[in-house]
Design a protein around this ligand. Structure first.
Ligand code: ARG
Length: 438
């Protein structure tokens, strides 16, 4: 039975029915759909649009549907157009003709808009807590490993840093990610319920009341905007895309670090896989999948941006495509954050290899220049002197700290015995702003 069958002379084409149906996608919003309807019925009763008896009969029916879905005695399936049609048909089957009054002063346009806002609110809060879990994993791993390691620019060894500071860089990225999601949650916190199809209703409904009951700060100001707006999904997905960009960069580093070339970490067996032919292989699949799935999340964002860009106001069926894109981006982001968190917690840090790598690549060259500056030499001159020292060392396969004082003095007579203490990799971090790396 169609919600809108009255003005049609012909049955809907079978292919069209399948093409039009979104039940398989929007069924996951059953809780929000029923909650929205409960708030709507409470309000209709309060405003005298439904009698108390009608109101409680419908409420009972809605609560029973929710209970049956949750205890799995009612499966969301069958030949229904969407979750809204499913719930309404089921209600009428249960409570009879009174059920047909549920949709008074409401359209599926404001109904779906409120459902998806409620769903987005609930799930975005889940994203925030999973972000916090990953932040905890990073912080714990950082504190457990007070080890020095090479810091890179251009993927070339640059200066000494600590594993802690490196991991905490990701913590900071996630802190901003969290703020972006919370900000989107703040902006979306207005209820579109009561906008009707696009033009309100002749019934004297109370939008403040439904907004309050559903936990929104207020009803939206404009009906047409209320049913047309999907900005909040785009904002959340753009937040998810940035999160994915961050965890993808982290994945890339884990992949590099776990290679034989780096050997900085070992990924736990639980998050790796082997090869069907090469018995020795242990591949960092979890990290690779996170890096790969980033493309899917960007794709979902671009897909909905593109869907929305040409739509005239107000509701258009194109917008039904919003959910698949949003759910895909959401599910992917949640699972990637969870896997990353477990991978970080379980990975082994090979401190000795990190320390050894610090000693190759002149990671104390900048500090030698700093030393010369302290002896009164201009930084630009110091830079060039150290350049010559590096060439000298390279030719002899030595580190700066391996040169004798005599050798060092040939580059500048200001260099004295205290140079060794100054450019020692561990001591470097005790000076100036570098203490923040510890
Ligand atoms: N399944 C639809 C969607 O997700 C619900 C709204 C339908 N509204 C309409 N006027 N056909 O967008």
């Amino acid at each position: 039975m169609k919600l809108w069958g009255g003005r049609f002379r012909k049955e809907e084409n079978r292919l069209m029915e399948d093409f039009n149906s979104s039940l398989h996608v929007d069924k996951r919003m059953y809780f929000e759909d029923i909650s929205g309807s409960i708030a709507h019925v409470n309000m209709l009763t309060q405003c005298g649009i439904l009698t108390k008896e009608e109101g409680s009969k419908i409420l009972e029916g809605l609560k029973a549907i929710l209970r049956d879905i949750e205890n799995a005695s009612l499966r969301i399936e069958g030949n229904y157009e969407d979750i809204h049609s499913f719930v309404e048909s089921n209600l009428t089957q249960r409570v009879g003709d009174t059920g047909k009054k549920l949709h008074t002063a409401r359209s599926r346009n404001d109904q779906v808009a409120v459902d998806i806002r409620l769903y987005a609110k609930r799930k975005a809060q889940e994203v925030v807590s999973v972000i916090e879990e990953l932040q905890d994993s990073l912080q714990n791993k950082a504190n457990e490993n007070p080890v020095i390691m090479p810091g890179y620019t251009h993927l070339q060894r640059a200066q000494v840093v600590t594993m802690k500071h490196h991991l905490m860089a990701y913590y900071q990225m996630l802190e901003r990610d969290k703020k972006r999601i919370l900000n989107a949650l703040d902006i979306l916190n207005e209820s579109p319920l009561g906008c009707g199809a696009l033009a309100g209703t002749t019934h004297a409904i109370d939008r403040e009341m439904t907004a309050r009951e559903l936990g929104f700060a207020k009803p939206v100001d404009n009906f047409i905007d209320g049913v047309s707006d999907r900005d909040y999904l785009l904002e959340l997905m753009s937040g998810f895309s940035i999160i994915m960009m961050h965890v993808s960069r982290l994945s890339e580093e884990l992949i590099l670090w776990s290679s034989q070339e780096f050997k900085f970490i070992e990924i736990d067996d639980a998050y790796a896989t082997g090869s069907s032919i090469m018995p020795q292989k242990k591949n960092p699949d979890a990290a690779e999948l996170i890096r790969g799935k980033t493309g899917r999340v960007y794709g979902s964002l671009v897909s909905l941006l593109t869907t929305m860009k040409g739509l005239p106001l107000s509701y258009n069926k194109d917008m039904q495509e919003d959910k698949e894109a949003f759910f895909n981006a959401l599910d992917t982001t949640l699972s990637c954050l969870q896997i990353m968190s477990k991978m970080i917690t379980s990975m082994k840090v090979k401190s000795e290899n990190m320390e050894t790598s610090v000693k190759k690549g002149f990671l104390n060259a900048t500090e030698l220049a700093d030393y010369l500056v302290k002896k009164g030499i201009a930084f630009r001159d110091a830079h060039s002197i150290v350049g010559a020292v590096v060439i000298f060392c390279e030719d002899r396969d030595k580190g700066i700290e391996d040169l004798s004082l005599e050798e060092l003095k040939t580059f500048d007579s200001a260099i004295e015995e205290d140079i060794y203490e100054y450019i020692d990799y561990r001591n470097i971090l005790n000076k100036g702003t570098k203490v923040a790396l510890l």
